[in-house]
Design a protein around this ligand. Structure first.
Ligand SMILES: *[C@@H]1O[C@H](CO)[C@@H](O)[C@H](O)[C@H]1NC(C)=O
Ligand SMILES: *[C@@H]1O[C@H](CO)[C@@H](O)[C@H](O)[C@H]1NC(C)=O
Ligand SMILES: [Fe+2]
Length: 439
């Protein structure tokens, strides 16, 4: 009985709490899980998705249930006419009583930029097509985190698809399978219409871990088998952190759930990766990771703090332009910031963990709003980063206003590499970063 009372009071508090919403917007309630069934023959491809792997190459990934299917992709620039063929590899994994299908990964290329390729997987089933990223500006990234597979996820994905983009960036928490492996398959089928058309570049969140004491201590079995990213190509030793280039932009995917402490493998790899950036080739540097370093939502407070303490100085010294994070199921945009203070040479931090997962929104915020937080709102949605040229970019956050997508927050900003006061960089004085200031 006291438990019920407590729940009721909590719910009341939840409803009464004031939060930032525009006058005309009425927040929609959470929506149910979408299970996407398998409706093709076993030997036909399902869960098709593509990702960038090195310059001018694409990795095609899919799953089959039949045993005899080869890991072969036929592709070409005309529908139904496949001038090229490539063969790759396949894997599978166990998780307690679950055995995955045959998971195929085939790298194809070299491919021309900004070109539509038609392709078929394993010599059977439907034809798919994708478009390669452009070789000149502008380039547009869709950004969505904490996707899950609810009706909200479906509407976010429709909104992302409704206007054109080149590459999707996902700062962690994909399927919310949470050890229920068939939900990884369902997620793969849900995203296939989108992830087979544009490269999806992802990093991991806590929902990808799926560790189990003694049996699966390292975790990430499903994630690493199904979503291999180009870590070898970026000299990383782990699929959990890597980097890649897309016209004029160097993108670094960090791991909130691998060791990030000073002189860990990830830390050393990041230092080397940052040192290799050539700003005349990639004037923009974007970082993605899962657990926010800056966050004025009451959810997940402090969870990214030890990673911030370990790595923020490196990112700052390298003049990273933007950091996208997830984990908190809401949207928040900070000013340029370093060491908990506004800093014109620090990155803009954006929380975009509002893709639509089953856990719902994180509604409660610190009061008053910290001065470094410029916009915050607990609604589902997705982001768009459109890089126009070496110096100018446009960011927008698109709220799922029921079934339509509405631009709720947008800014123009300039690259730090074009700022004479930040770049070429003056060696900053080293400040201690261990004290956790209140945001
Ligand atoms: C995504 O957009 C393309 C281009 O407008 C369209 O042809 C396709 O049907 C869309 N996909 C889905 C699943 O809505
Ligand atoms: C870059 O794009 C912005 C926005 O469209 C424009 O104002 C600016 O002149 C462009 N700069 C160059 C060098 O083309
Ligand atoms: Fe998360």
């Amino acid at each position: 009985m006291p438990k019920l009372l407590f729940l009721f009071l909590f719910f009341l508090l939840f409803l009464l709490r004031p939060h930032h919403v525009s006058a005309h917007f009425i927040r929609q309630p959470s929506r149910p899980l979408v299970f996407t069934p398998h409706n093709r023959p076993d030997s036909h491809p399902q869960q098709v998705h593509v990702s960038l792997v090195g310059n001018n190459y694409m990795k095609v990934s899919w799953v089959t249930r039949g045993s005899g299917v080869s890991s072969t992709v036929e592709y070409g620039k005309t529908p139904g006419k496949y001038e090229s063929t490539a063969t790759g590899e396949h894997t599978s994994y166990y998780y307690f009583l679950y055995t995955s299908g045959k998971i195929h990964h085939v790298t194809i290329g070299p491919l021309d930029p900004a070109t539509v390729y038609y392709y078929r997987c394993g010599g059977a089933g439907p034809e798919f097509n994708f478009r390669t990223p452009p070789a000149t500006f502008p380039i547009e990234f869709a950004v969505a985190g904490d996707l899950g597979q609810t009706e909200w996820t479906s509407s976010t994905l429709e909104h992302i698809n409704a206007s054109d983009y080149d590459i999707l960036l996902l700062p962690g928490d994909l399927s919310y399978a949470d050890t229920q492996q068939p939900l990884w398959d369902s997620f793969g089928r849900l995203v296939e219409p989108y992830a087979s058309r544009r490269p999806w570049m992802v990093t991991q969140g806590n929902h990808e871990q799926e560790t189990f004491p003694i049996i699966y201590p390292k975790g990430f079995k499903a994630y690493n088998s199904r979503w291999p990213m180009p870590y070898k190509e970026s000299a990383s030793d782990s699929n959990l952190y890597y980097s890649f280039d897309a016209i004029g932009t160097h993108i670094i995917m960090l791991a909130s759930y691998a060791d990030f402490h000073v002189h860990s493998n990830q830390f050393n790899w990041l230092a080397k990766d940052l040192a290799k950036i050539d700003r005349s080739r990639t004037p923009w540097v974007v970082v993605l990771l899962h657990a926010p370093w800056y966050n004025s939502n009451l959810a997940h407070q402090g969870e990214g703090e030890s990673m911030r303490v370990a790595m923020e100085e490196m990112l700052y010294n390298s003049r990273v332009d933007v950091v996208f994070v997830g984990h908190v199921h809401a949207y928040e945009r900070f000013t340029r910031v370093y060491n908990n203070k506004a800093n014109p040479c620090g990155p803009i931090h954006v929380t975009i963990g509002d893709g639509g997962n089953r856990e719902g929104l994180a509604m409660l915020y610190k009061d008053p709003t910290p001065s470094i937080s410029l916009y915050r709102e607990a609604s589902f949605g997705h982001g768009r980063l459109r890089i126009l040229n070496d110096t100018h970019a446009h960011w927008s956050w698109n709220r799922n206003d029921d079934s339509v997508s509405v631009v709720a927050d947008e800014i123009w900003f300039k690259s730090l590499s074009s700022s004479s006061s930040c770049f070429p960089k003056v060696q900053p004085t080293i400040e201690p970063t261990s004290e956790k200031d209140e945001l």
